[in-house]
Design a protein around this ligand. Structure first.
Ligand code: PLP
Length: 458
């Protein structure tokens, strides 16, 4: 029997990997992939093997790996002022970043409440919605609606909005007041999958939930521009126009959760611009620094800030985080946005997304490929057992196919991406925004060989 190496021993004995079965640490012969280096769209493991990072780490590394200027921005800021909070004080990097982001958001979304993660941004948004309605004399409005299978984070408020049952069940009771509505998965829509066009019943379902719960009790609706969990589910045409109308009708805040979709993933700095809607709050994180240092933000409209009053009537959003708006992360975010400007990354995504889609669509000839969907550099490939009927896999088949075969096989053949069954079985791709046809072809070639083998094994 071969002895585990030092890295594997540390993983077995000390590391607790997130969202990872403990068997990945403890099974005899378990090997934990250890990534030691990255450059551009590629990463290398401890044995020197190269992989294409088809998921930008975790929808994070927009500008690619190994950007020395981002490391230098972090070092410069850490040596000047490593830490100071944004509690009653400020520091130049938070100020500069707040102003810069305000210029990039649509409408009057001018107020940056910095956090250190996406969950914290979502948590902050729901808390702001609750406190805002108390301030404006509607204290009964506290509930929030999110969409089926959506993922909005793991802190208790954010988890209550997350609509993936296996992620929630062991933590019940959750925060009261979180309700679920339909998502926009047209491929699986009970109302209009068989019709020639979407009827926007999915948007109207949110109105139905508001009516059912009572408009006087609902504070906010949380939606992603393109829903990640379930496999990169885009909105049908007209969806956000209808949703904005519904939120206005019932005086409910529209929260655009752009933790994945912002910062170029869909070819815009803020993804609501891609679909032409104006939310009341945007939540973002991940790509803001391309992951070179952690930060998130809850971006609120002036209207929400102004409800907290002025002068002797001034109130306080009674909420905060020690590391929110960390100076080093804010400095890295500024340098990251400089790269976006200089290299025109949003333009690059918009001009190459057609080629990315077309390359993935070559896979449509495979019997296991049901639907290829997404936008920008954010695509999901839904796998099916029967293309004609859209029949999906049983739990046992999903386990065998996705967990035991697809994920390791894709990685073995040099492609890091995600094979996910939170919803229906999908492969998700979100490569760094610097990728071009060379990487699109690489992705297609690996997927073709692995999916062909998966089908033969079924
Ligand atoms: N919201 C969305 C849409 C996400 O995709 C995620 C994480 O993937 C989160 C919130 C939570 O972000 P974090 O993991 O930084 O807490």
């Amino acid at each position: 029997m071969t002895m585990p190496d030092q890295a594997t021993r540390s993983a077995i004995d000390y590391l607790w990997m997130h969202f990872t079965r403990t068997s990945a640490h403890t099974d005899p012969g378990a090997e934990v992939p250890v990534i030691v280096r990255g450059e551009g769209p590629y990463i290398w493991d401890k044995d020197g093997k190269r992989y294409l990072d088809g998921l930008s780490g975790l929808f994070v590394v927009q500008v690619g790996h190994g950007r020395v200027e981002l490391a230098e921005a972090a070092a410069k800021q850490a040596s000047e002022l490593a830490y100071f909070p944004v509690w009653s004080h400020a520091h130049p990097q938070a100020l500069a970043l707040a102003e810069r982001l305000a210029a990039l958001t649509p409408g009057d979304l001018n107020r940056m409440f910095f956090t250190s993660s996406g969950s914290e941004a979502v948590e902050s948004a729901w808390k702001l919605a609750r406190q805002y309605f108390k301030k404006v004399g509607k204290p009964g409005k506290y509930k929030a609606i999110s969409r089926n299978i959506a993922y909005h984070g793991t802190t208790m408020g954010a988890l209550s909005l997350t609509a993936i049952p296996p992620l929630r069940q062991d933590f019940e009771p959750l925060v009261p007041g979180a309700f679920k509505a339909m998502n926009t998965n047209r491929y699986r829509c009970h109302t209009c999958a068989a019709l020639p066009a979407c009827t926007l019943d999915c948007a109207d379902d949110i109105a139905r939930v508001i009516e059912y719960e009572g408009p006087d009790s609902v504070a906010a609706v949380f939606v992603e521009p393109v829903q990640n969990a379930g496999g990169c589910i885009p909105p049908p045409p007209g969806y956000f126009e209808r949703l904005r109308e519904i939120c206005d009708r019932y005086d409910v805040l529209l929260v655009s959760d752009e933790v994945i979709c912002a910062f170029g993933r869909l070819g815009e700095t803020f993804a609501c611009n891609r679909f032409g809607y104006l939310p009341d709050i945007i939540t973002c994180a991940k790509g803001l620094t391309s992951g070179y240092s952690p930060i998130g933000a809850m971006v609120a409209s002036d209207r929400l800030f102004e409800a907290f009053g002025t002068g002797k009537d001034a109130g306080m959003f009674t909420h905060g985080y020690t590391f929110g708006g960390h100076p080093v992360s804010a400095a890295v975010a500024m340098a990251n946005l400089d790269i976006f400007d200089r290299e025109q990354l949003n333009t690059h995504v918009r001009s190459s997304e057609g080629a990315f889609r077309a390359t993935l669509e070559r896979l449509a000839d495979l019997p296991i490929v049901g639907e290829i969907r997404g936008a920008g550099f954010f695509y999901g490939i839904e796998l099916v057992k029967d293309k004609a009927t859209r029949e999906s896999f049983s739990d046992e088949e999903s386990e065998r196919l996705l967990r035991r075969f697809l994920s390791p096989a894709l990685f073995d053949r040099g492609l890091y991406c995600r094979a996910d069954d939170r919803g229906d079985p999908v492969i998700q791709l979100a490569p760094p925004l610097i990728c071009d046809q060379t990487q699109f072809d690489e992705i297609e070639a690996v997927l073709r060989s692995v999916l062909t083998e998966a089908w033969q094994r079924l």
